[in-house]
Ligand binder design. Sequence first.
Ligand code: AHR
Length: 503
Amino acid sequence: MSATVTAHARFIVAEIDPRLYGSFIEHLGRAVYTGIYEPGHPTARPDGMRGDVIDLVRELDVPVVRYPGGNYVSAFNWEDSVGPKELRPTRLDLAWHTTENNEVGLHEFADWCDAVGADMMYAVNLGSRGLDAARNVLEYANHPGGSTYSDLRIKNGRKEPFNIKLWCLGNEMDGPWQIGHKTADEYGRVAHETAKALRAFDKSLELVVCGSSNAKMPTYPEWEATVLDHTYDEVDYISLHMYFNNKAGDTPRYLAESLKLDDYITSVAGVIDYTKAKKRSERNVYISFDEWNVWYHSNEQDRTILEGNDGWPSAPPLLEDIYNFEDVLQVGLILNTFIRRSNVVKIACLAQLVNVIAPIMTVPGGPAWRQTIFYPFLFASRHGRGKALDLAVDSPSYQVEGIGAVPGLDVAAVHAEADGVVSFFIVNRTAEPISTSIALEGFGKTARIIDHQVMTSADLKAVNSATTPGAIEPKPGSDVTVAGTTLTATFAAYSYQMIRVRV
Ligand code: AHR
């Protein structure tokens, strides 16, 4: 099989917002406790945060982390998470049927964000609470001082405001599983009024309103149309979520699912445009894809806890998917889709970051290790910043019922102009090698490979573990040839590759 790719310096999709490589930490399972926070761990800092995890998160160069939920936020009292630790209440978390002692809260998480070099994206509770709690936590977090809540923050040890710029107006409010679930009209009204109040405090905040939890929701896409009708002129982003699974054990279909992701983005972008025209609005609203990942490996083992048959455990292992090699390809395909749609998707959050459907796993008292999916995220996050290129790709394809023609070769490219580097992210989603020529046009007269990383595995189901953390790892590639500004390579069956070219 063979394919051709053409990249032209002037065919540009958009300047990528670095927050396309965001992530998410929820008070869920072991994400916080024995994940990012484990006092007494050999690498723990004085504040109890694990140094080994901080190092791995820094390696991923995550610019923004969504917090504190997720489903968790919809019955969360922000006041529980501040003040002297010994006075913080222990609560039952209705979303995950666990007990939360609030040992880690807003201040501790903000310090952790500073340590990993990320901004916080903070979600307010529009489920069991509403506008009043939202405006109060904003005053607590961002006002310099001289008011009840800002002075409380100062009393709690933090003089300078946290200056959180990005705020989520609730989480998945279309989902019947959500505490305080609402209809689109109910939610749209609350979100509008909350956004108005937050903006009255600070016009420069960036606000994210909830879109659909997934494209299979019966209310999708009417939900987006109704919610945006209420909120268009007050919000900056509409959030979308999507999780992928191969429960059917059908690899070609699994690896075609990113085309559905692309359709989902197209449809919601259409609803945004429709609403903008309807409102004669001058402003643009973009997509914040603030939860995405593969999620299914742990479903069975989580059943007992989630059905409430295990009491109310504290920080039990939950959603601890162990990712295989096939998931490397899926994560690469998802990231490629976001790069290609970066004109409309400005923020995306890999859900989640540590232990809970995560690229980073920890052993309590023991090591932290990289899951297979760590690597495609690492490469895109570190090298997928700059201008997303609008590539012409001619690839052989295969048919999937209900999806259509699926290109065997999936490619995204980013031009980091200041560095003079074009990075290609390539997935061969087929069982055959694909010989490919990549033409670089308009970049100059020479091209030199500065990095080529390859991920392949004879066993699509191979995984990493605490004892075999390097079973699936990228290896340097050496088989790309360059003639002038054309690259030629044969991309192995079921492979993920990154090629960086100095132009
Ligand atoms: O990321 C896990 C959960 O998935 C989140 O809490 C929720 O928003 C979504 O359903």
